[in-house]
Write a protein that binds this ligand. Structure first.
Ligand code: ADP
Ligand code: MG
Length: 703
């Protein structure tokens, strides 16, 4: 019998939730804590001590032996340093446990080994992690035992942000302030805060662990660097939303339970387009919480996969020839009184506040299209953007027919008087009720699509943190709101000025609106005509961080200082160079030690066969042909291998930073493709028994 799962009972059982706090903390302490959050003030140490002590008792009751500050350095993954609750042994040899307010609030990991883009030299090792009091602490149970985890932001000794969370929290403050300013002009006096709500849909692949272990490329780089296409790919569309295999289903069951326990409202799961590809999405939360939760989701997917003798691949492009994985970042703005600024209502043409918000977002996205593209730049994502499966590298906005029509009315007449209605869907059967339709169809190819009451940014890579896109969205939209507020504050006729602004923004930025097929070649041409940037590679995209507009934007809003921004740019180049270098070295290793020797052995057996067949007086021409073909490909492989070694060597001597990154992008990457081509052909000819690693078919169809 399958054991029953009671969701409300297990949900957040491992989280030090607000309810737990209220129950455990003295009233005055709880109040003090809430006040510090509401007013954005520091928590005093005395209060922190009481909270820490309660957290310790609670965590130890859950089995915790250690605590750790969780932070998100610029590597994109989550880092943590664990300390046990143990104190120094007393004279009698006994120990007790302790956890102070200071340990809760502040950590001091030796930060010298994390990328800082030159913000800190190695001997200045000090870095501080600071508790994000708006993201709950929780315990994690794994092979290491039970650990209390504290979400934190990470700073250098000089107070520069070394992570994703610090600028994210700053950008959330900025968008809150700007939204409130705009809302006040519209007569809203009740809302005090506005928070970006974010929901991340996460794609991933699952493969068998034993097969994974036989592929050095998967082990070292997370993706296959060689591999001929399997006879079957995703052409039948039979995997998408298809029945979930039992092994995967039991994995998903575990994942959900694990996520629910740590308070992540895991909601949707299904098979994705590619074989062995799946998706999971929790219900949205405030941006910082959603970012933290997405990191936990990724870690949990990996951990639980191992328990099912599988490996979870989060790389953006584990397999050539079938879809890669991305992450959809759903984003909206919600007041503390529960109003979603992106809710159009039934008659959007009458909802002036919504239309101005929409027009301002359109303006922001057009003005900073390159920056938004950059926020999704990740080495693995270069394989997806524009590759007929993910939105192209060109940013455009999809509004849907209803809103596009309203925007067009504004462009043509300066106002809007009607909204297209969705109407009914007639099922044509008495057994099925007719249903009301949305006013707008979906568009799967748009990188930035309006989907009812939120925008969905679909460019983000599956492995990447969703912090960057949200930092960018919050900040660029804040600027657009402020521009509008400035004009409105001066207006003598408020309503007329709102209409004027909507028309003005719509006219000036309509080039970014595109409702057609974003995957088509025609769009690439059309976008170029419209003057929209098409930043194909991560190196092109990263250069955006040098533009005056971008530097000023982040500086003006205090989200990233020019120094912090420069550091981020450097980290991106460095990281890209390192990733491609590892891939190139892995290819060289696999080709030299596994593939070439296997093929040589195979040619020997073919040659022996030719001789034997001839000696037996038969025709050996077929065997000889194959031998010839294999030998030619082997030769091509050897020369491509020599070339890849040479350019990899050259790359390491290039000046670090942009120059080196560009060399990897333009030269090394091509040499890798050139090596892959003959090897993949060989895989199709050589005896499967002789091939030194599992094939695409083995990996994708035998999970
Ligand atoms: P889709 O429309 O893409 O099929 P869903 O409606 O299920 O998907 O939502 C996808 C993600 O968007 C989920 O994480 C969901 O919680 C989140 N989401 C839904 N509404 C909002 C909103 N107003 N703001 C931010 N995220 C949202
Ligand atoms: Mg979606």
């Amino acid at each position: 019998m399958m054991e029953k799962v009671n969701i409300p009972e297990i949900f957040a059982e491992d989280v030090f939730t607000d309810a737990v706090m209220q129950e455990r903390l003295p009233k005055s302490v709880y109040k003090q804590f809430k006040k510090s959050i509401d007013e954005g003030r520091d928590l005093d140490l005395a209060t922190a001590d009481v909270i820490a002590n309660e957290i310790r008792t609670w965590a130890i009751a859950k089995g915790a032996t250690h605590f750790a500050h969780l932070f998100q350095p610029l590597t994109g993954v989550t880092a943590e340093k664990q300390d046990s609750f143990i104190t120094a042994p007393k004279a009698d040899g006994s120990v007790v446990t302790a956890f102070s307010g200071k340990e809760l609030i502040k950590g001091e990991p030796d930060g010298s080994s994390f990328p800082s883009g030159g913000l800190r030299v190695t001997f200045e090792a000090r870095g501080y992690t600071v508790w994000d009091t708006t993201s709950s602490v929780f315990v994690r149970h794994d092979a290491a035992g039970t650990t209390l985890l504290i979400p934190t932001a990470f700073y250098s000794y000089n107070g520069e942000a070394l992570d994703q969370k610090a600028p994210l929290l700053r950008s959330m403050q900025v968008i809150s302030d700007s939204s409130i300013k705009l809302l006040r002009l519209f007569g809203n006096t009740s809302a005090k805060k506005v928070a970006p709500s974010v929901g991340a849909e996460q794609e991933y692949f699952l493969v068998d662990a034993a097969k994974f272990e036989q592929r050095k490329d998967l082990i070292y780089t997370g993706r296959t660097l060689f591999g001929a296409a399997a006879p079957k790919g995703q052409e039948l569309d039979d995997h998408y939303f298809g029945t979930i295999r039992q092994r995967v289903a039991s994995f998903m069951k575990n994942i959900n339970e694990e996520l629910w326990k740590v308070g992540i409202p895991s909601k949707t799961q299904h098979n994705e387009v590619a074989p062995a590809q799946h998706e999971i999405a929790p219900i949205y939360a405030n941006a910082n919480v959603a970012v933290d939760q997405n990191q936990v989701v990724m870690q949990t997917l990996k951990r639980i996969a191992c328990q099912h003798d599988m490996k979870c691949l989060l790389h953006e492009k584990p397999f050539a020839g079938v879809n890669g994985s991305g992450k959809h970042n759903n984003w909206s703005l919600v007041t503390d009184t529960g109003e979603n600024l992106l809710e159009p209502g039934d008659t959007p043409h009458e909802n002036k506040q919504f239309l101005l918000v929409l027009a301002a977002i359109i303006k922001a996205v057009d003005k900073y299209a390159g920056l938004l593209r950059e926020s999704a730049a990740d080495p693995g994502n270069d394989h997806r953007l524009g590759a007929n499966e993910a939105p192209p590298a060109i940013i455009s906005v999809f509004l849907g027919s209803q809103l596009e029509d309203i925007i067009n009315q504004y462009i043509e007449t300066g106002s809007a008087s009607t909204s297209i209605e969705g109407g009914f869907l007639t099922t044509g059967s008495a057994a099925l009720k007719d249903i009301t339709k949305d006013a707008t169809d979906r568009n799967r190819t748009s990188p930035f699509a309006f989907t009812g009451n939120k925008f969905e940014f679909r460019m983000v890579g599956s492995r990447d943190s969703i912090a960057s896109p949200n930092i960018v969205l919050n900040t660029i939209v804040a600027e657009a709101f402020d521009d509008a507020s400035e004009r409105l504050a001066k207006a003598t006729d408020f309503d007329a000025e709102v209409d004027a602004l909507i028309s003005e923004y719509a006219k000036a930025h309509s080039r970014i609106i595109f409702n057609g097929d974003g995957y088509s070649d025609e769009w690439v041409v059309e976008a170029e005509k419209r003057g929209l940037p098409n930043l194909k590679s991560i190196v092109d995209a990263t250069e955006v961080l040098e533009s005056e507009d971008v530097i000023n934007l982040f500086d003006k809003y205090g989200v990233l200082t020019p120094t912090e921004l420069k550091a981020r740019e450097e980290v991106k180049y460095e990281n890209y160079a390192k990733v491609i270098n590892i891939e190139a070295l892995t290819m060289i290793d696999m080709a030299t030690k596994q593939i070439v020797p296997a093929v040589i052995k195979y040619t020997k057996s073919l040659a022996d066969t030719v001789i034997a067949v001839k000696a037996a007086g038969s025709d050996a021409s077929v065997q000889a042909d194959i031998l010839g073909e294999v030998s030619d490909l082997l030769k091509a492989t050897k020369s491509a291998l020599t070339e890849l070694k040479a350019v990899s060597e050259q790359a390491t001597n290039k000046e670090e930073g942009k120059v080196q990154a560009r060399f990897y992008n333009e030269v090394v990457f091509k040499a890798m493709d050139a090596l892959r081509a003959p090897v993949d052909k060989l895989e199709m000819i050589v005896d499967k028994e002789a091939w030194p690693m599992p094939s695409y078919g083995d990996l994708m169809f035998e999970v």
